[in-house]
Ligand binder design. Structure first.
Ligand code: FES
Ligand SMILES: [Fe+2]
Length: 387
């Protein structure tokens, strides 16, 4: 076993450690935990009527398709006949037909037709199907067993008086999702990694950092002379915060981000922001610049380019590059063993890992996990910059 391998072996005496946090494939401890919650998997607009879409989440492939009625379905991606991807098949009515030999499945995963076989064989064949919901421009999926919990709702993002809503499914970032979760709860990195951007916006002073546990997860309060910057960590994988305006925005935006594992070496971020814009701003769909952001980050890390050469004016490029070069620099899977040395300013990371270990321990012991309800009235985010 190396330091990146979870030692979990389904024994109730197993003691969870920080080395159990990164692996999320089927059967892993964190994977079993995350499968008890809903996760965004793609944009609603990415699954058109009569079309399929293949996505990978927590090392599993899923075929999404939208039937002719407009209803969205999600089934296992592998045809049980000879293992071909169902996502390359055809949507017919509310069903999907495999491209290779024509086996057909309905949205519940039941095989309804095997053109070259007997009906009795088809009746016996069933594949996994998954529950899906459409919310805030994203498709959310539940990959677990049994009945899913309620889909968390964010009233602050549903409020149409609070500006324009933009949903962005960002391209994969080649590192483990937990690095990104830890980055969410780390306010001190803002002073350094984003010092040029946020410093200008009034949060250049190192905060007194207070972490409070709450019913929904963690509240992080960065106390600065300009005011308190409060960010929220909604368990298990969402961050809720105020961010400085970009483009046509006139005020700090409310941002919710989900960091979702694609596999153990790759994660995706699903971002949704509500922001007030200049009157008459043209409505244009949010553009994902992740591929460019990753390419620039890798160039900087390889010494082919300098961070100072990325324009301060282009915050949509600069801020993610600043995060990427930190996160990718930690390696595909950050070492949470003896190689790191945490300090008091890492209170958020320490609290986050403690919550996760606590919940994973319940999974080991077969106990019910916490559900982390988001307040029905929503939550006010504050920037700490008077905004
Ligand atoms: S592999 Fe799908 S029908 Fe043969
Ligand atoms: Fe950051």
């Amino acid at each position: 076993m190396n330091e990146h391998t979870s030692a979990f072996d389904a024994q109730s005496s197993y003691k969870v450690t920080d080395l159990d946090l990164h692996a999320t494939g089927p059967g892993t401890l964190a994977g079993r935990y995350l499968r008890m919650f809903w996760h965004p998997i793609c944009l609603v607009s990415e699954v058109e009527v009569g079309r399929t879409r293949r996505e990978q989440i927590m090392s599993e492939f899923v075929t999404l398709y939208r039937g002719q009625s407009g209803t969205l379905y999600a089934v296992a991606d592998r045809c049980p006949h000879r293992g071909v991807q169902l996502s390359v098949g055809w949507v017919q009515g509310e069903e999907i037909r495999c491209f290779y030999h024509g086996w057909k499945f309905n949205g519940s995963g039941q095989c309804t037709e095997m053109p070259a076989e007997t009906p009795a064989y088809a009746a016996k064949m069933c594949i996994r199907h998954y529950q899906v919901k459409e919310y805030l421009g994203f498709v959310f999926i539940y990959l677990g067993e049994g009945a899913p919990p309620e889909l968390p709702r964010y009233p602050e993002l549903e409020d149409e008086n609070a500006g324009v809503l933009e949903s962005l499914a960002r391209a994969p970032l080649p590192c483990n999702y937990f690095q990104r979760l830890e980055n969410n709860i780390d306010q001190v990195h803002v002073n350094f990694a984003h010092g040029d951007v946020f410093g200008a916006a009034g949060v250049g002073e190192i905060p007194e950092y207070i972490i409070e546990q709450a019913e929904f997860g963690l509240r992080a309060i960065g106390k600065r002379s300009s005011g308190d910057r409060i960010t929220y960590y909604h368990m298990p994988t969402a961050g809720v915060m105020a961010v400085p305006p970009v483009g046509d925005e006139v005020d700090w935006a409310t941002l919710v981000v989900w960091r979702v594992p694609v596999d153990d070496h790759t994660n995706r971020s699903f971002n949704v922001r509500r922001a007030k814009k200049k009157p008459g701003s043209p409505a244009k769909p949010a553009k994902d610049r992740s591929a460019e952001q990753v390419a620039v980050s890798l160039d900087i890390m390889a010494g082919r380019r300098k961070l100072e050469d990325v324009s301060l004016q282009d915050r949509e490029l600069l801020v993610p590059v600043q995060d990427n070069i930190a996160l990718l620099g930690q390696g595909a899977i950050a070492d949470r063993g003896e190689a790191e040395n945490l300090g008091r300013s890492d209170a958020g990371i320490i609290a986050l890992r403690r919550l996760w270990r606590q919940e994973l321990q319940k999974v080991v012991e077969g106990q019910p996990v916490l559900q982390w309800p988001w307040p029905k009235s929503g939550m006010k985010v504050t920037s700490g910059a008077g905004g």
